[in-house]
Design a protein around this ligand. Structure first.
Ligand code: MG
Length: 376
C-alpha cells in the first residue's frame, strides 16, 4: 500500500500518478515512493561528497561559508515549505532538492567550465546532466541495478534544463524539452527554491568574506528596502545580526510571493491532474512580475560584484588549471586512473566522471601528487 502525504492537491505528484521506476520494485510498507527516493539520495556517496565541494567559496577558505551540501539543505528546506503550503508532495520536493547539485564538479562553476572545455571534442560536460548520470548510473550500491533507480518524477526534476540534441538521447525524460511541456509543480518549486537559496546565502557569504560591502548592497532595492526597515526598528543592534535579520526578511518576501502567486496561478489554470500541469504551456510556479524583476536585479548584482570579483576570479583561474591538468594527465596515461575508471571505450567520459566526482580537497591533493616535484 502506498503511504500518501495527507491532503495533497489533485495535481500533486504521487505514487498513484507516477511514471514509476526504470526497474520496477515492490512498494514499501512504511515509506512513500518519494520518501524512498529521498532516502536513497541521502545514503549515496555523491551526496556525502557535497560537504567538500565549493558553492562560491572554495571549501578551505572558511568554515562558515556555504558548501554544496549546506546549499542543498537550504534549497530542500525552502522547497518543502513552499510545497507544504501549496499541498504538493513535500517528499518529492525534498528528494529533487537534495539531488539537484550532485553532478557538480569540484570548485563550482569554474570546475564545470574547465571540464566542459576539456570535453569539447567528446560531447561536453554539464553538471545538470551529470546529476542525472550519477543517480541513473554512476552510484553502484544496489545489487539489482546501477544507479539509485529513482522514480521518473524525481529524475525529471533533477534534469532542470537540457539541449535539444541531448534531449533526443534521453528517451522519455528528454521528451519535455522537445515537446516544450512542463515538469511537475514540485520540480518547478525546486527550481525557484534554488534561486532563493543561492541569491540570499551568496549575499550573506559575500558580506562575511568582505568581498561585498553594505554600501554596494544598498544600491539593490530588494536589500535596501529590508535593510532600512531593520535598521530603523533595531537601532544600535550589532551589524551582523542586522544583516541576518535583513536576509531572513528577503527570503520571507520571496517565499511568500512565490506561494501567493503560484496559488493564484493554480486556481486560474485549474490543473486537475499532473498531466494538466505538464501541458500547461508555461510554469505555474512563478514569482509576481515585480518580485521577479527584483530577484533578477539581485542576480545581476551578484554576478557583477561577487562572482566576477577579482579575488574570486583568481581562484577560478587557479582551479581551472587544476581540473585541466588532471584531465590531460589521466587521458595521456589512463593507467594512472583507478581501474573502475579505465575502459575499452569512452575514456574521456570516464575521466570526466572521475574528476567530476572529486571534492575540492581531493582534486588539490591529487594535483599535488601528480605535478609537484618532491611530492609522492
Ligand atoms: Mg543549486
Amino acid at each position: 500500500m502506498e503511504i500518501l502525504t495527507p491532503n495533497l492537491t489533485p495535481c500533486a505528484a504521487s505514487a498513484d500518478n507516477s511514471r514509476g521506476r526504470r526497474f520496477p520494485e515492490p512498494l514499501s510498507a512504511y515509506r512513500s515512493e518519494f520518501q524512498r527516493d529521498r532516502d536513497r539520495i541521502v545514503h549515496s556517496i555523491a551526496f556525502r561528497r557535497l560537504e567538500y565541494k565549493t558553492q562560491v567559496f572554495v571549501n578551505h577558505e572558511g568554515d562558515h561559508f556555504r558548501t554544496r551540501l549546506t546549499h542543498s539543505l537550504e534549497v530542500a528546506q525552502i522547497a518543502r515549505g513552499i510545497a507544504r503550503s501549496l499541498r504538493l508532495n513535500e517528499d518529492l520536493a525534498e528528494a529533487i532538492s537534495l539531488a539537484h547539485d550532485l553532478g557538480h564538479t569540484p570548485f563550482g562553476h569554474a570546475g564545470q567550465d574547465a571540464l566542459n572545455n576539456c570535453m569539447s571534442d567528446h560531447g561536453g560536460f554539464e553538471h545538470n546532466l551529470q546529476s542525472l548520470r550519477i543517480v541513473d548510473k554512476l552510484e553502484q550500491r544496489y545489487a539489482a541495478f546501477d544507479g539509485l533507480n529513482l522514480c521518473f518524477e524525481t529524475r525529471e526534476g533533477i534534469l532542470k534544463h537540457c539541449a535539444i540534441e541531448t534531449a533526443s538521447r534521453l528517451g522519455d525524460l528528454g521528451e519535455r524539452f522537445i515537446e516544450r511541456t512542463q515538469p511537475s509543480l514540485e520540480a518547478q518549486i525546486c527550481n525557484l527554491a534554488d534561486e532563493i537559496a543561492y541569491n540570499n546565502h551568496d549575499i550573506d557569504d559575500g558580506l562575511r568574506s568582505g568581498l561585498l560591502s553594505l554600501d554596494q548592497l544598498n544600491e539593490v532595492p530588494l536589500f535596501a528596502d529590508n535593510w532600512a526597515l531593520v535598521k530603523s526598528a533595531y537601532d544600535g543592534v550589532d551589524e551582523r545580526r542586522l544583516i541576518h535579520e535583513t536576509i531572513r526578511r528577503m527570503i520571507n518576501t520571496l517565499v511568500c510571493d512565490l506561494i501567493e502567486m503560484s496559488e493564484s496561478n493554480i486556481s486560474r489554470c485549474a490543473p486537475r491532474t499532473l498531466d494538466d500541469v505538464r501541458q500547461a504551456g508555461m510554469p505555474i510556479v512563478r514569482f509576481s512580475e515585480s518580485i521577479d524583476d527584483a530577484q533578477r536585479e539581485m542576480k545581476r548584482f551578484l554576478r557583477k560584484n561577487l562572482y566576477q570579483h577579482y579575488e574570486v576570479l583568481r581562484m577560478t583561474w587557479k582551479t581551472q588549471r587544476i581540473v585541466g591538468d588532471l584531465f590531460a594527465a589521466y587521458l595521456d596515461d589512463p593507467r594512472m586512473l583507478p581501474p573502475a575508471y579505465r575502459g575499452p571505450d569512452k575514456q574521456p567520459r570516464r575521466v570526466a566522471d572521475y574528476i567530476a566526482g572529486m571534492t575540492d580537497r581531493y582534486a588539490m591533493k591529487e594535483h599535488k601528487r601528480l605535478f609537484a616535484i618532491g611530492e609522492i
